[in-house]
Design a protein around this ligand. Structure first.
Ligand code: NAD
Ligand code: TYD
Length: 352
C-alpha cells in the first residue's frame, strides 16, 4: 500500500493511473479537491478496490495520522501543492499554507508513524517529495542546465514555497532520519492538465476561436517532459533512489514558448482545421509579461540516467501529438473543468 497526496491533480492522477496499471499495489489517495483536483481524471478507477480516495487536507494532522495508522503504507508520494505561478502572484497565501505549512504537517505525521514502525519497516519506508526545477531560479542563454547541486534561487511565490518545502524535507531527513527522496522536475504536459497552464490553455483557446496569449516576447524557454515519463521516473526513484538524495528529471527538450504555441497550431491545423481554412497561428497575441518572469529553465538529467537508468521515452513531437489528440478526444472533460459544473457536483456529492 502507498499513500499518494494530490492524486486527483494533473500529475498525481496520471501517476495513480499508471501505478495501478503497472503494479498490483493499492493506493490511498488524499486530495483536498481544490479547483485543480478532479475526480473525473480517476473515473476509470471508480469500481477498483485498489484505489481508496479520501477528500482531505495534507495540513490536517489528525486525518493524515489516522490514515497512516489505518492503512500502514510503505511509502508516501507527495504531489499535493498549489502549482500555478500566475495564481501565486495574485494570491500567495494558499501557496504558503499548502506547500510549506501543509508539507510540514505531512512530514510530522509521517515522522510520528515511521518512528513506531519495526526496524525492517522503518528501513524500507520512503517519503518521496515531488518538486520542481523552478526552485533553482532562472538561467541565462549560455548557462549550463540545472544540476542537483545548483544553488536555490526561487523567484516567484510558487517557486519560493516549493523551495521551502524542499528544505523541510531535507531537514526531516538530516535531523530525524526520515528516509526521504526528492525529485525536481521540469515542465510537464499531457492528459488531464488544467487549462490554466500554457499547453492546455493554448489548445482549448485555439479550438474556441479565442486569442492565444503569449507573455512578453515569447522567447522564455522551458524544458518540457511528457507526464507519463515523469511518472515512470518517480517509480524508478521510489524503487531504487538513494535515501536523502535529490534527482533532477527533465526531457532534454528546451523550447521557447513561441515554438510550443506554433507547434500546437500546426498539429491542430492538421488534426482539426479551422472552418475558415486559416491557420490557428493567426490567433497568437502578445500580451503583457508576467511579473518576475523566469527566462529559462533547463534540467541536467544525467544523475537519474547514470544511477537509475531512466531516460524519457517520448520526444516532444510524439508527446505533443498524443496531448493534442487527448484534448480533441475529451471535449466533455474540458467543458466540465471550464464550466464550474464539476465543482458544483463535488460540493453537492461530498459536502464541504
Ligand atoms: P495540480 O495543481 O494539477 O494538482 C495539485 C493537486 O493537489 C490537486 O488535485 C489539488 O486538489 C491537490 N491539493 C492542493 N492543495 C491540497 C491540500 N492542502 N491538501 C490535499 N490536496 C491538495 O498540480 P500538478 O501540476 O499535478 O503538480 C503536482 C506536483 O508536481 C506539485 O507538487 C508541483 O509542484 C509538482 N511539479 C509540477 C510540474 C508541472 O509542470 N505541472 C513540474 C514539476 C513539479
Ligand atoms: P506555465 O504553464 O504557467 O508554467 P511555468 O510558469 O510554471 O513554467 O507557463 C509556461 C510558460 O508559458 C511560461 O514562460 C509562461 C508562459 N505562458 C504564456 O506565455 N501565456 C500564458 O497564457 C501562460 C499560462 C503561460
Amino acid at each position: 500500500m502507498i499513500l499518494v497526496t494530490g492524486g486527483a491533480g494533473f500529475i498525481g492522477s496520471n501517476f495513480v493511473l499508471d501505478w495501478l496499471e503497472a503494479m498490483d499495489e493499492p493506493v490511498v489517495d488524499l486530495d483536498r479537491l481544490t479547483y485543480a483536483g478532479n475526480l473525473e481524471n480517476l473515473r476509470s478507477l471508480a469500481n477498483d478496490p485498489r484505489h481508496i480516495f479520501v477528500r482531505g487536507d495534507i495540513g490536517d494532522f489528525a486525518l493524515v495520522a489516522q490514515l497512516l495508522a489505518e492503512h500502514r503504507p510503505r511509502a508516501i508520494i507527495h504531489f499535493a501543492a498549489e502549482s500555478h505561478v500566475d495564481r501565486s502572484i495574485h494570491g500567495p497565501e494558499d501557496f504558503i499554507q499548502t506547500n510549506i505549512v501543509g508539507t510540514y504537517r505531512l512530514l510530522e505525521a509521517a515522522r510520528g508513524y515511521w518512528s513506531k514502525l519495526t526496524e525492517t519497516e522503518k528501513a524500507a519506508f520512503r517519503f518521496l517529495h515531488v518538486s520542481t526545477d523552478e526552485v533553482y531560479g532562472s538561467l541565462g542563454p549560455a548557462e549550463a542546465p540545472f544540476s542537483e547541486t545548483h544553488r536555490y534561487e526561487p523567484n516567484s511565490p510558487y517557486s519560493a514555497s516549493k523551495a521551502g518545502s524542499d528544505h523541510l524535507v531535507r531537514a526531516w531527513h538530516h535531523t530525524y532520519g526520515l528516509p526521504v527522496l526528492t525529485t525536481n522536475c521540469s515542465n510537464n504536459y499531457g492528459p488531464y492538465q488544467f487549462p490554466e497552464k500554457l499547453i492546455p490553455l493554448m489548445i482549448v483557446n485555439a479550438l474556441a476561436g479565442k486569442p492565444l496569449p503569449i507573455y512578453g516576447d515569447g522567447q522564455n524557454v522551458r524544458d518540457w517532459l511528457y507526464v507519463k515519463d515523469h511518472c515512470s521516473a518517480i517509480r524508478e526513484v521510489l524503487a531504487r533512489g538513494r535515501v536523502g538524495e535529490t534527482y533532477n528529471i527533465g526531457g532534454w527538450n528546451e523550447k521557447t514558448n513561441l515554438e510550443i504555441v506554433r507547434t500546437i497550431c500546426q498539429r491542430l491545423d492538421t488534426l482539426r482545421p479551422r472552418p475558415d481554412g486559416n491557420t490557428y497561428a493567426a490567433q497568437i497575441t502578445f500580451v503583457k509579461d508576467r511579473p518576475g518572469h523566469d527566462r529559462r529553465y533547463a534540467i541536467d538529467a544525467r544523475k537519474i540516467e547514470r544511477e537509475l537508468g531512466w531516460r524519457p521515452r517520448e520526444t516532444f513531437e510524439t508527446g505533443i501529438e498524443k496531448t493534442v489528440k487527448w484534448y480533441l478526444d475529451n471535449p466533455e472533460w474540458v467543458a466540465h473543468v471550464q464550466s464550474g459544473a464539476y465543482r458544483e457536483w463535488i460540493d453537492r456529492q461530498y459536502g464541504s
